[in-house]
Design a protein around this ligand. Structure first.
Ligand code: PLP
Length: 373
């Protein structure tokens, strides 16, 4: 269907096209190198990522979910958390956030979103705390920073660890200039192909200033071993592939331009969308939002979506079912969570990537404004 749309939601081939020569060169270099697991390309990208995020350490992982799982597994191995401990999570997020917690035997405690940012309402965290709360897993959803001085003060007061799910917000900055990935004790990145920095396959990473945590994450993702045939943890296999690492190194210099382009599209949408049936996302041009998605809210979502498809505009829904309403989560995440459910019923994402031009965005805004309701 999206192949025939004039304004596809996301054409990854087109989005990667401008950087294809560098990407192909990087891939060939790895194919010819003789290093297919680990090696210099992976180490090089890890150093670049740490420098970019502003952390001491970066450890490549197989994907973003594993990056999160490995952070929590490492905390358990280091004796900082125990199975059964509670982790504050947003009720409005991608399900991977929650799966990372439950997979480690930890208990996700959902906190509802603010309807303007769609991020976790940090003023509701305190009332969700119990004596077993150990961490706040904050998600910078859709590319918007979800962290502030009050969250940090609360975490300090209650000795909670802040972990960032930074899958969607690479490059965003908190008000003090620090980038996401450097705000909490540790952060998980995803380089899933659709993310603002996307690989050409699965890839992820953990950033942290905590040397013990970095080392435990590295060991756990490598069969629990730092030294060959010497296994200190019951590990798994989740490493950053050098082919993906080399591609990511080739694409990293383009990330600022990618995020700037997304910001330019968001500015067009902010200026030109004026439908009375639609609430636009809270606008920010201060760098604390890298516009991973541009998410509209409307109580007539399904009708708007069909209308846009008919008029050649591809859309997506992030996400149509709140995590606690997924069949696998029955009895694991407790509702009622009416705001998460309302968000799931009303969100609609419109094109925002380097494959969409500024003039496309103007045309898309006009089509949205012609929606009859
Ligand atoms: C993409 C994503 C993940 C998972 O990343 P993968 O690399 O796909 O495993 C986790 N959390 C959020 C918020 C995401 O958007």
């Amino acid at each position: 269907m999206s192949d025939t749309l004039q304004y596809p939601f996301l054409d990854l081939g087109a989005a990667n096209a401008p950087q294809l020569p560098q990407i192909e060169q990087a891939a060939l270099r790895v194919l010819r190198s003789g290093y297919y697991i680990g090696g210099p390309e992976t180490a090089h990208f890890e150093r670049e990522l740490a420098a970019y995020a502003g952390t001491e350490h970066a450890v490549g992982t197989g994907n973003g979910l594993d990056a999160l799982r490995l952070i929590f597994r490492a905390c358990i191995e280091l004796g900082r958390m125990c199975p059964g401990d509670e982790v504050i999570v947003p009720s409005n997020t991608y399900i991977a956030t929650i799966l990372a917690v439950t997979d480690c035997g930890l208990v996700p405690v959902p906190v509802e979103p603010r309807l303007d940012t769609l991020n976790m309402d940090t003023s509701l965290i305190e009332q969700a705390l119990t004596p077993r709360t150990r961490a706040i897993l904050t998600v910078h959803l859709y590319g918007r920073v979800c962290y502030d001085a009050e969250m940090q003060a609360l975490a300090d007061r209650h000795r909670l660890m802040i972990v960032e799910d930074n899958a969607q917000a690479i490059g965003a900055r908190y008000a003090d200039g620090r980038r996401t990935g450097a705000l909490g004790r540790a952060a998980a990145f995803s380089f899933y192909p659709t993310k603002n920095l996307g690989a050409m396959g699965d890839a992820g990473a953990v950033t942290t200033d905590d040397a013990d945590l970095a080392q435990a994450v590295r060991a756990l993702g490598n069969y629990g071993s730092l030294r060959k045939y010497h296994n200190i943890y019951m590990g798994l296999n989740s490493r950053l592939d050098p082919l993906q690492a080399a591609i990511l190194s080739a694409k990293l210099p383009g990330l600022e331009a990618e995020n700037a382009h997304r910001a330019a599209l968001a500015a067009v949408y902010e200026r030109h969308i004026s439908s009375p049936y639609i609430v636009k996302p809270l606008y920010s041009d201060s760098g604390d939002m890298v516009w991973h998605q541009y998410v509209l809210l409307t109580d007539r979502r399904d009708r708007l979506r069909s209308f846009l498809t008919e008029h050649g505009v591809g859309t997506d829904i992030h996400y149509p079912v709140a995590p606690h309403r997924q069949p696998c989560m029955a009895d694991r995440v407790h509702g009622p969570l009416p705001l998460a459910e309302r968000v799931a019923a009303e969100v609609l994402s419109i094109p925002i990537s380097s494959a969409t031009s500024v003039s496309d965005a103007r045309a898309i805004a006009e089509i949205i404004n012609s929606f009859p309701g």
